[in-house]
Design a protein around this ligand. Structure first.
Ligand SMILES: Cc1cc2nc3c(=O)[nH]c(=O)nc-3n(C[C@H](O)[C@H](O)[C@H](O)COP(=O)(O)OP(=O)(O)OC[C@H]3O[C@@H](n4cnc5c(N)ncnc54)[C@H](O)[C@@H]3O)c2cc1C
Length: 325
């Protein structure tokens, strides 16, 4: 969708956003940065952040934005996004307030897109429902998990998704999970589809046993991945042509601890890039990631594919005059 290119177009767009936010009763903010909204803690300014609290509101917002020709992107917890340091001239639709309540109906669990995935894993375990306990340590929202087909420790969200609610024509529409192709860290939703919530079908089991399995998965994660640091999980997918995981490939090249400015290859897990400091920059993380890709290509003949989403902007980099180049 088009970006405003001159002052008058920006004024028109801003007025349209103000109007639609007031009409639909949603919070619309300016002056936010990706550095505050993503787990890597990097990334530039965002023109507008709109935060719907209900599925109907969210459907109304994207419909109104579409009608006004205003570009937007959905953001959950920002735990799988590397946004560049430039000015991002579009609307970020933040789903984190679209939490609602979880509804249980036998083996079926209905949840909204902004609900925390780790929290959902605990809720369903306590209800004696199994099937997502391996996902308990993934720090995202349900919407982000559906979009990426999040998975860990033999569990994958797509495998238990009965239906997904999406925004179409300003309405909340339910589609069957079986109509979606759930691949490795990718689901076949159309670009620009907004996911509002889902119904999961889980299996009954003893809550104690489910919680124990979840703790076991979390301990394995704690032992093998950096925690408390600023990362976006695995940066690259595991290559299908290799029997060795990407982390091991990078580790064997001796790149643990490699640094570019404010970005470092985690000494704990070589497929994690972590950022450091108040003034961490996306360009450092991206340069380090590209260096890894080039070396893996040159030395192993393997083309690594990003698992993290790169959100690029064409705007000029906004540099803080107090931060040295
Ligand atoms: C420490 C750490 C460990 C991790 N471990 C794992 C792991 O084991 N397995 C795994 O799969 N991932 C892992 N991740 C990656 C990440 O947490 C998951 O991909 C998570 O599901 C992303 O959810 P999110 O809400 O943060 O999505 P975001 O990062 O906000 O968004 C990711 C993508 O989903 C889209 N999206 C988000 N919500 C919606 C919506 N409602 N409608 C449409 N599109 C939407 C965004 O536009 C974007 O394209 C890890 C990340 C970290 C930081």
């Amino acid at each position: 969708m088009s970006e405003p290119t001159n002052e008058s177009q920006i004024e028109q767009r801003d007025a349209a956003i103000g109007k639609l936010a007031a009409r639909l009763g949603v919070r619309a903010e300016r002056g936010r940065r990706f550095a505050e909204l993503t787990s890597l803690r990097v990334g530039g300014s965002i023109d507008w952040v709109i935060s719907p609290e209900t599925e109907a509101q969210a459907a109304g917002v994207v419909h109104a934005l579409g009608e006004a020709g205003i570009g937007w992107r959905a953001l959950g917890s920002g735990s799988n996004v590397l946004a560049d340091d430039c000015e991002h001239h579009y609307v970020v639709l933040s789903l984190k307030d679209l939490k609602g309540e979880v509804h249980f109906d036998g083996q079926l669990v209905q949840v909204s897109a902004g609900y925390s995935l780790p929290r959902l894993c605990v809720d369903v375990a306590r209800q004696g429902l199994s099937g997502i306990e391996g996902l308990g340590g993934i720090p995202g929202t349900v919407g982000g998990a559906l979009w990426m087909n999040a998975g860990a420790y033999e569990h994958e969200i797509g495998k238990v998704t009965e239906t997904v609610r999406v925004a179409r024509g300003g309405q909340v529409v339910e589609i069957r999970g079986s109509t979606v192709q759930w691949n490795y860290r990718h689901a076949s939703f159309a670009e620009g589809e907004l996911l509002l919530g889902a119904v999961l079908r889980l299996q009954p089991d003893d809550p104690e046993k489910i919680l124990a399995r979840m703790e076991e998965a979390k301990s394995r994660r704690m032992a093998t991945q950096p925690h408390g640091g600023r990362s976006a999980g695995c940066f690259f997918k595991n290559p299908p042509e290799s029997s060795v995981g990407t982390g091991k490939i990078i580790d064997e090249m001796g790149m643990k601890g490699a640094r570019r400015g404010t970005a470092v290859v985690s000494p704990v897990h070589a497929n994690f890039i972590v950022t450091e400091g108040e003034n961490a920059r996306a360009e450092d993380a991206l340069a380090l990631a590209e260096e890894i890709r080039e070396r893996v290509k040159r030395e192993q003949g393997i083309e690594l594919e990003y698992e993290v989403e790169l959100w690029r902007s064409n705007g000029p980099p906004k540099r803080d005059p107090d931060v040295p180049e």
